[in-house]
Design a protein around this ligand. Structure first.
Ligand SMILES: *Cc1c(COP(=O)(O)O)cnc(C)c1O
Length: 365
């Protein structure tokens, strides 16, 4: 039995009868740029996430970039963030000419450590950019408290957290803005690239609306140099259909994680904690193992036809692309990058598939 990290083909089969006619209708309607489905999706996403504004854009990377630019972050500014994430988090900071300041993570949640954030605040700090990694919210009360104390913006990287909540508040509406990705393998994934910015700040929303559309609020009037970064109408068709099912998808991911945790009890592996005050949506199911054993476990599981992957093998402060940044010591980040191993998790995953994965893991041990 082959088990992929995510089963996009399986999911497509369950949606086909609804998606195909809706896509054909949008093709026939021919309102391809910022059309009715984008507008409807933005409203539906804003309602679901409980925010005043949701604005589509071309990717999650662009969502981060647009927010940072709209927040006025530029050369000379510092943005405190995590190095244990996908590169887009810090790329977007660099696009603005600002400097990412990498701080360490907490060993249990693998999210940014608020004490480390506090220690890194300088004269030049303008924003904190937490990532809700693997579908679990960062410690937002602690982070917003630091931001308020120092007059900083909080920009949430929600690429992995669509529908995740912190103390009953949806991620993406807690800080000044949230940036979402609809890359196909995310919890809410399109059939290509797409992104979304959320905010309760009317001014920020208006700036983003202008920036994503060539710096223009009125056709052929350009107030600033902007970008071509819009959510595609066909992606919006798909996302509207999947948004109706997101709670069900996320509930099933939690079910998969709970089953893994139960089946791996006593294995000696560190399984992810499921905290009481956060709705974890398990974008990834990530174990920590002995660094000497990781490659052997991975090879064994892959040989059984089961996908598994290391997210992330090289933290950002160790990447060549950030070689010019001042060197930092991030011991928890570095240790985690040697110990982490992620296994398949998707809503359609059967109990039998989870048992098969766990059996392969146990054999490897
Ligand atoms: C996927 C991802 C992004 C980038 O999203 P794209 O839509 O691929 O540009 C940013 N941050 C994190 C944490 C991600 O996982």
């Amino acid at each position: 039995m082959n088990i992929p990290m995510v089963d996009l083909q399986g999911q497509y089969r369950t949606l086909k009868d609804e998606i195909e006619p809706a896509l054909l209708q949008a093709l026939a309607d021919a309102r391809y740029i910022l059309g009715p489905n984008v507008q409807a999706f933005e409203q539906e996403a804003a309602d679901y996430l409980g925010v005043r504004h949701a604005l589509g854009c071309a990717s999650g990377t662009d969502a981060l970039h647009l927010v940072l630019r709209a927040a006025g972050i530029g050369p000379g500014d510092e943005v405190i963030t995590t190095a244990f994430t996908f590169i887009a988090t810090a790329e977007a900071i660099r696009y603005c000419g600002a400097t990412p300041v990498f701080v360490d993570i907490l060993p249990d949640s693998l999210n940014i450590d608020p004490d480390a954030v506090r220690a890194a605040v300088s004269e030049r700090t303008r924003a904190i950019l937490p990532v809700h990694l693997f579908g679990q919210s960062a410690d937002m009360d602690a982070i917003t408290a630091i931001a308020e104390e120092h007059g900083l913006k909080v920009i949430e990287d929600c690429a992995q957290s669509f529908g995740a909540a912190y103390r009953k508040r949806m991620t993406g509406g807690i800080g000044d803005a949230g940036a979402y990705s609809f890359f196909p393998s995310k919890n809410l994934g399109g059939f290509g690239d797409g992104g979304l910015v959320t905010t309760n700040d009317d001014t920020l929303a208006e700036r983003i609306r202008i920036l994503r559309n060539h710096g223009s609020s009125q056709q052929y009037h350009h107030d600033v140099i902007g970008y071509n970064s819009r959510l595609d109408e066909l992606q919006a068709v798909v996302l509207r259909i999947k948004l109706k099912r997101i709670d069900d998808y996320n509930r099933n991911r939690l079910r998969v994680a709970q089953t893994y945790n139960r089946l791996l009890e006593g294995s000696g592996l560190v399984t992810p904690k499921i905290p009481d005050d956060r709705d974890h949506i398990f974008h990834q199911y990530t174990l920590l193992c002995d660094p000497e054993r990781r490659d052997a476990i991975k090879t064994h599981v892959l040989n059984r036809g089961i996908a598994c992957a290391v997210y992330y093998p090289i933290p950002l402060h160790r990447q060549k692309a950030f070689a010019d940044a001042p060197p930092v010591a991030l011991p928890v980040t570095e240790e985690t990058s040697l110990r982490c191993l992620s296994f398949p998790v998707f809503p359609e995953m059967t109990e039998q598939q989870i048992e098969t994965v766990c059996a392969a893991i146990r054999e490897a041990l």
